[in-house]
Ligand binder design. Structure first.
Ligand SMILES: Cc1ncc(COP(=O)(O)O)c(C=O)c1O
Length: 340
């Protein structure tokens, strides 16, 4: 266990650090037990668990932020709870009620408060809720029992650039099938993304960009983040597709762009050969926050948006609004901040 007084808050990356306590709850015979906090960071499960063989696993990711006056904010945890419920239904797993999910998040943050990076360091406490099918089983069918847990890790930026633009590579692999599990946050989507991600990294790109699985002409996802582009006349555009993970950050930006920055917004097709319409582009997500996209390599074509070194003005305005809300510096829309 790391002594948090020795943490270098300003140089945190996105790596596993064992924190003190995690929440764990078991589902059996049709109901969840009361849940509790444990020091044990190992899970001991049956060798027949469906999570091991058949990918019956889903997860979430959300963050706790330290505000200027020392309070702790969770950003839209109800949205993570609801998305996890949709992922669970897709994989025939039991759901965790929203109030239990949020209460468990708060318990984990409180129990590990010393790992929450101070205001001003750019760090956050990343919460990782997950659910897996466990118990003795061998056939392809839903598990007899389930484990739900939430652990936390202090993190810094996900893409090494932070607000400095980085470049991305269009992959020839599909992330998800057209009517598959792309809209659910399930383990299998990520197992399949490791190879395309590694290929992008080997070629010095930040991550892979996935096109739509049916026509391979439209942008779907930017690694583990959603894509957005800002047109030359300041419209905020983000792809619409049933195989994209509905990003909570993306829907927050759609709202903020329209209501706070007065931008026209739309979710529509984004053709990879029509990137000239955009003056700026970015990747958005809980981990990615808003990461400006410098350029996109698609085959032999390299398309640069605003700049490969500077964040564009509209991307910066959106970033300031979103991050300001998360850290409590900007007034949040009703219901977006849950105090711990
Ligand atoms: C594939 C994928 N797309 C998009 C996102 C961004 O979603 P959110 O903004 O809810 O974190 C994530 C991360 O959760 C992701 O894994």
């Amino acid at each position: 266990m790391i002594d948090s007084s020795e943490m270098d808050w300003n140089s945190l990356g996105f790596g596993y650090i064992k924190t003190d306590l995690r929440y764990i709850s078991f589902w059996k015979d049709g109901h969840w037990d009361g849940g509790s906090l444990t020091e044990d960071n190992k899970v001991h499960i049956s060798e027949g668990s469906t999570a091991i063989h058949y990918g019956q696993t889903c997860f979430e990711g959300l963050k706790a932020y330290r505000t200027k006056d020392g309070e702790i904010n969770l950003f839209r945890p109800d949205q993570n709870a609801e998305r996890m419920q949709r992922s669970c239904r897709r994989l025939m797993m039991p759901t965790m009620p929203t109030e239990v999910f949020i209460d468990a998040c708060k318990q984990v943050v409180k129990a590990n408060e010393k790992y929450l990076p101070p205001y001003g360091t750019g760090g956050t406490l990343y919460l990782r809720p997950y659910m897996i099918g466990v118990g003795d089983n061998i056939g392809v069918k839903p598990a007899p029992e389930y484990l739900f847990s939430i652990f936390c890790v202090p993190v810094g930026p996900y893409f090494k650039g932070g607000l400095t633009p980085t470049n991305f590579l269009v992959s020839s692999y599909d992330r998800a099938a057209g009517n598959g599990t792309g809209a659910a946050k399930v383990g299998g989507n990520y197992g399949g993304s490791l190879l395309p991600g590694a290929e992008a990294h080997q070629r010095s790109f930040s991550d892979a960009i996935y096109l739509d699985p049916t026509t391979h002409t439209k942008i779907e996802e930017v690694g583990s983040a959603n894509f957005f582009g800002i047109t030359k006349d300041h419209r905020f555009i983000t792809p619409a597709s049933p195989s994209i993970l509905p990003s909570i950050t993306k829907y927050s930006l759609l709202y903020l762009a329209k209501e706070r920055l007065g931008m026209e917004v739309s979710e529509t097709d984004v053709y990879v050969d029509q990137l000239d319409q955009f003056a700026e582009a970015g990747a958005c997500g809980t981990a990615a926050v808003i990461s400006p996209i410098g350029g996109i390599q698609n085959g032999d074509d390299f398309h640069v948006f605003y700049s490969e070194t500077e964040v564009g003005p509209w991307t910066k305005k959106l970033y300031d609004e979103l991050v300001g809300i998360q850290y409590g510096d900007v007034e949040a829309p009703e219901g977006w901040i849950e105090k711990v």
